[in-house]
Design a protein around this ligand. Structure first.
Ligand SMILES: [Zn+2]
Length: 390
């Protein structure tokens, strides 16, 4: 299926920051494939959505059923577009780990095993007849914040999402820092305390083990098991009613609001861990802005961010601390859809990429970028399967 003249719709970027000076391909068909929800829409150049629909991710071990549901949503969204709004490319946000360059899932823990190593970008590209770009949800969200959200006009920023887990993405000089395997940016697994509680990844004391929804709920369950929940408190009542295993981070947050001391202690530890990690993030990446999104973060707002700002002022290096501000995310639940437009634009940028350089490799020689081969469309954007094979 030749003739996807993807560059024909180019126009000046409407946003700035990471997207400054880049070509815009719009409209874009967008898919946000999450562990619990699927979202699809057509995204116009200004970030507005057409034909948006949301569905539950099918609870099945059959990966094909999920792909079919994705295609159904995408076709419905595309059908809602007028002739002027006809999508030029497909942008996909999905859970990692995945190989963005090849458009392939690796081993995402929250999706059926039949999708492991599955070439998602090629399958959907061929299904909708558009060239496709795929990246992990945190990277897509970071690009979205750069183009339409809290990082507009900023080239050096860090995106953090504090939700069920803690994820992140680093943008340096307007480019995502992805590392040699595209797996960089795992800021949830920064070490906070080597003797701390076990993280979902198996290592002790990572940021995610304290500050995520999972980490906060686990801290409460440990407190219940250790007999630290005082009888008669709201936490004790809920634990008795539902069983300790059913307690969630929101129960801790509510109890804190009600003045429960144990809940306040757990939430303080969660905030302290984020503040500690923030000092490291600011010292290492020297961002001008850190954007913090995700349900657990947005529920707390400045209660979470203010301790991080204070600790950065006290403990980060003077130059980095003076440069940075720490703010809440600017985009809501549709960040993965809006980000699809930024993703497609990012993958078509002729500027040199940091792909292939580890985020944590120190001392990359100056001017190294000038020797890099600029991104070529065929490397990073998966054409439809027919084009690939012909
Ligand atoms: Zn971890």
């Amino acid at each position: 299926m030749p003739g996807h003249t993807i560059g024909a719709m180019t126009q000046p970027a409407t946003g700035s920051g990471a997207a400054a000076g880049r070509r815009t391909i719009a409209p874009v068909l967008a898919l946000d494939l999450g562990g619990t929800q699927l979202r699809a829409a057509v995204v116009l150049a200004d970030g507005s959505l057409r034909g948006r629909s949301v569905a539950r991710t099918p609870r099945t071990t059959d990966g094909d059923a999920i792909v079919r549901e994705c295609l159904e949503l995408l076709r419905r969204a595309a059908a809602s577009a007028t002739a002027d709004e006809s999508p030029q490319a497909l942008g996909i946000s999905a859970p990692g780990p995945l190989d963005a360059r090849r458009g392939v899932f690796l081993d995402p823990p929250n999706l059926p095993r039949s999708l492991w190593n599955f070439p998602l970008a090629a399958a959907l590209s061929s299904g909708v007849g558009l060239p496709a770009a795929l990246d992990k949800d945190t990277n897509v969200a970071a690009l979205a914040e750069g183009r339409f959200g809290a990082a507009q006009g900023i080239d050096d920023y860090v995106y953090l999402t504090v939700s069920t887990g803690v994820g992140g993405a680093v943008v340096n000089g307007g480019r995502l820092v992805t590392g040699a395997d595209g797996a960089g940016g795992e800021l949830g697994h920064l070490m906070v305390d080597p003797n701390g509680p076990a993280c979902g990844c198996g290592v002790r004391g990572h940021l995610e083990a304290y500050s995520s929804g999972t980490g906060i709920a686990a801290a409460l369950r440990r407190a219940v098991a250790d007999g630290l929940v005082r009888p008669g408190t709201s936490l004790a009542v809920r634990a008795a009613e539902q069983g300790a295993d059913m307690l969630e981070a929101r129960d801790v947050a509510r109890a804190e609001d009600d003045g429960d001391l144990l809940a306040a202690e757990i939430m303080t530890a969660a905030r302290y861990a984020l503040a500690s990690a923030m000092v490291t993030i600011v010292n290492v990446f020297n961002p001008t802005r850190v954007i913090v999104g995700g349900g657990i973060s947005l529920g707390q707002g400045d209660r979470l961010l203010e301790p991080a700002r204070a600790k950065v002022r006290e403990e980060a290096f003077r130059v980095q601390a003076a440069s940075v501000d720490i703010v809440s995310a600017g985009l809501g639940d549709d960040v993965g859809l809006v980000g699809a437009l930024a993703l497609v634009a990012d993958r078509l940028s002729p500027r040199p990429s940091t792909v292939g350089r580890s985020a944590l490799t120190p001392g990359a020689p100056e001017g190294e970028d000038s020797n890099r081969t600029p991104n070529q469309l065929p490397d990073l954007v998966t054409r439809s399967a027919e084009e690939v094979t012909t």
